[in-house]
Design a protein around this ligand. Structure first.
Ligand code: URA
Length: 310
């Protein structure tokens, strides 16, 4: 079947769709021996010879979607010039697999890997507003004012950044804060929290859209369920969403503006066992679940065995 070259390249794992367009514009793609820079060009991998930098593009054998709980200290790139451990060392060596987006080397938590470039583009691009949920351990305890500043947004080094949701989930002398964002600027969470006076000492990503890291120890991975893949694929561009906003769905509970989420309930000391620094991932009674599977979605047995490496 004929398809646009950039779609073929993205699906074969060479780059995201946008990256594939750049490969074409850079003159690195050939179709039956001729360089193609025309972005609308179509080809059929069953009959055409498509190459990137001379490497033949083959139809992907199967699309793979993994969720990995990246440990602290592991880099989230495909390779590392400093030869540090990368996320690729923790998952099976599947051709064309690459991480979707980035986590700082000091950040732990959920990262997706796939060989489906079009899917990766959808999940990573801020336009589709896929929410990411982070748990950050911060110095001090942010008050309602600080949380409201995060929601309204702050400008840091010329970048305007804001969160969709912010709440304190545990507090003692310091606190664990849960932030939901949909953008993905570099070091966004750390910069935001530092800007409101609460530098981050630990950071963990616990959810991307409907996918959570629940049940995955650092270094473990699993295959995404079909429901999770579909849930991420169904993400709509922000502009389409603003059209739907004309008739908003009723919200479960409307909170008055002056009552930030953080003000209920008052911060409580940790109920974790002494010595543990993990925040709970389940909400307390009366708190709302942060990120749930799409309704009706069931956890499925992963297609790949859960495995722990190195
Ligand atoms: N924000 C950060 O500051 N770091 C990450 O790794 C991800 C989001």
């Amino acid at each position: 079947m004929e398809e646009r070259l950039q779609k073929i390249l993205a699906r074969a794992g060479f780059a995201s769709r946008r990256g594939a367009e750049q490969l074409m514009l850079d003159g690195r793609v050939t179709l039956n021996g001729e360089t193609v820079k025309e972005l609308g060009t179509k080809a059929d991998l069953a009959t055409d010879d498509v190459r990137v930098d001379g490497v033949r593009v083959k139809a992907p054998k199967g699309l793979v979607y993994l969720a990995l709980n990246k440990p602290r200290g592991v880099v989230s790139t495909r390779s590392d010039p400093e030869r540090r451990q990368t996320v690729m060392d923790l998952v099976p060596g599947i051709a064309g697999l690459f991480p979707v987006g980035r986590l700082d080397v000091t950040t732990e938590g959920l990262i997706l890997l796939t060989n489906d470039g079009a899917f990766a583009e959808r999940v990573a691009h801020p336009r589709y507003e896929v929410p990411r949920v982070y748990h950050a351990k911060v110095h001090g305890v942010p008050d309602a004012d600080a949380l409201e500043r995060l929601r309204r947004g702050v400008r840091v080094d010329g970048d305007f950044m804001a969160v969709d949701r912010a709440r304190v989930v545990e507090a003692d002398n310091n606190a664990w804060v849960e932030l939901t964002l949909h953008e993905g600027k570099q070091h966004e969470v750390k910069r935001l929290l530092e800007a409101v006076g609460h530098p981050v000492s630990k950071l963990r990503r616990v959810a991307i859209g409907p996918v959570t890291s629940r049940g995955l120890e650092p270094g473990e991975f699993r295959a995404l369920t079909p429901e999770e893949i579909e849930g991420l694929r169904r993400a709509h561009p922000a502009d389409a969403r603003s059209i739907r906003k004309v008739a908003p769905r009723p919200r479960a509970r409307k909170r008055p503006r002056h009552e930030p989420a953080s003000s209920r309930p008052p911060a409580r000391p940790s109920s974790r066992p002494p010595g543990s620094s993990e925040p709970r991932q389940r909400p307390r009674p009366g708190e709302r679940e942060v990120s749930a599977r799409p309704s009706g979605a069931r956890r499925q047995r992963p297609a790949l065995p859960r495995r722990r490496r190195g």
